[in-house]
Design a protein around this ligand. Structure first.
Ligand SMILES: Nc1ncnc2c1ncn2[C@@H]1O[C@H](COP(=O)(O)OP(=O)(O)OP(=O)(O)O)[C@@H](O)[C@H]1O
Length: 265
């Protein structure tokens, strides 16, 4: 936890190459360390390589180079080896499964922490994950009878309950109404702080990235086009170069960055 003098975990990414077959998507990517307790938003245009980067960090596509969590080198670990440190919530929701929301959340927890927890503790943690997402009322509903947004929230519950060191979320609010989008973003920021988790979240909503992330990495053609605080990374110049839009970046009356897009160029 921050403020206790404890060292925060760090994820180091160096000389990373990722591709599909012969097709190179990410080449020689270096990122200054991603730190525990911090939400990093990964933004960029379609096909920039955001999902590919998250999948490489999760060990789901082969990568060359180094992905190091403190002193543990993750490249070369099996998918299960990665899963001990990293939880990845994909963009596409899982196939419909014949489990209740509570059972699926509990099963996600047991698969990551298994024997280490008593049954009572595991149940309490699963219920807490549902409560924090505001979906306690869905606990006994089958996953196959949920709406798209409810399924996305159930899927988030399965990701956060694992309490990973690194949490990778690929467009986790894409199916949610505005209330639930904000609720999820607030929760993700809180969890990062409380548990010193390294969170990387792919977002298309630039204003939400600016509001909830402490760091924004802009990806373009598999390379870093900007990286820094929201103020440093989200500028009219970057938006013009990367997204090909004429845009203004202004502060609203509450002090949050807003992006006003005037036109595509
Ligand atoms: N399984 C795959 N096999 C071959 N090429 C792939 C595969 N998955 C993605 N790609 C290619 O990799 C590139 C990057 O895709 P990726 O999904 O990482 O982009 P993205 O930034 O997440 O895009 P979006 O914002 O559209 O979701 C694209 O050109 C895509 O066609």
């Amino acid at each position: 936890m921050q403020g206790t003098g404890e060292t925060l975990p760090q994820l180091h990414i160096g000389g990373l190459h990722v591709g599909y077959g012969r097709r190179r998507i990410i080449e020689a990517l270096d990122l200054p360390a991603l730190e525990g307790g911090t939400v990093t938003a990964l933004i960029g245009p379609n096909a920039a390589g955001k999902t590919t980067l998250l999948r490489a960090l999760a060990g789901l596509v082969p990568a060359k180079g180094s992905i190091r969590l403190d002193d543990v080198e993750l490249t070369g670990l099996s998918v299960a080896g990665h899963a001990r440190h990293v939880t990845y919530m994909p963009q596409a929701l899982p196939q419909r499964v014949a489990l209740t929301v509570f059972e699926a959340t509990l099963s996600a927890l047991m698969s990551s922490r298994g024997g280490a927890l008593s049954t009572a503790d595991a149940h309490a943690r699963a219920l807490d994950a549902l409560a924090r997402l505001g979906i306690s009322d869905l606990a006994m509903r089958g996953l196959d009878e949920l709406s798209g947004g409810q399924r996305q929230l159930a899927s988030l519950a399965q990701s956060i309950v694992r309490e990973p060191a690194v949490l990778l979320l690929d467009e986790p609010t894409s199916a949610l109404d505005i209330h639930h989008q904000l609720r999820v973003m607030q929760l993700v920021a809180e969890l990062a702080r409380e548990r010193s988790i390294i969170v990387v979240i792919v977002l298309h909503d630039i204003a939400q990235a600016a509001r909830y992330a402490q760091r924004v990495v802009v990806l373009q053609n598999g390379a870093v086009a900007a990286d820094g605080t929201p103020e440093a990374a989200i500028t009219p110049e970057t938006l013009a170069r990367v997204y090909r839009v004429e845009a203004r970046v202004e502060r609203c009356s509450h002090g949050f960055l807003q992006v006003i897009v005037d036109r595509a160029v």
